[in-house]
Design a protein around this ligand. Structure first.
Ligand SMILES: [Zn+2]
Length: 106
């Protein structure tokens, strides 16, 4: 399902939480390098932590092209046949936090 022209009213647009509620799969495709990755909307919602994040807006850029400029977001409810034939979906595994150090005068 391709998004219609998004409204300038953020709340009129489909959000990540709308997609998650509907059990949707979101495909992020970069038209620069033609790589695409499938995500569960529910996973994106958990990671983005903004329930009003608009579904057509890529949450991050393409790791290969280092830009979100060519990124296209599509959402759909996956067909049972698609799930049965073995669909690859990128799932969050672990959140990494790291310490940042600085030198200080004592
Ligand atoms: Zn790319």
């Amino acid at each position: 399902m391709m998004p219609a022209v998004p409204s300038s009213n953020k709340l009129a647009n489909r959000s990540i939480s709308d997609c998650a509620r509907d059990g949707m799969l979101i495909t992020m495709r970069c038209n620069g390098c033609r790589r695409q990755v499938n995500y569960w909307a529910a996973d994106l919602l958990q990671v983005i932590e903004d329930p009003f994040h608009e579904a057509h807006r890529p949450p991050w850029g393409c790791a290969h092209c280092r830009t979100g400029e060519y990124m296209v977001m599509r959402w759909r409810i996956p067909a049972a046949s698609e799930l049965a034939s073995g669909l690859t979906v990128r799932r969050p595994v672990k959140k990494i936090t790291k310490w940042i150090w600085r030198d200080e005068k004592v």
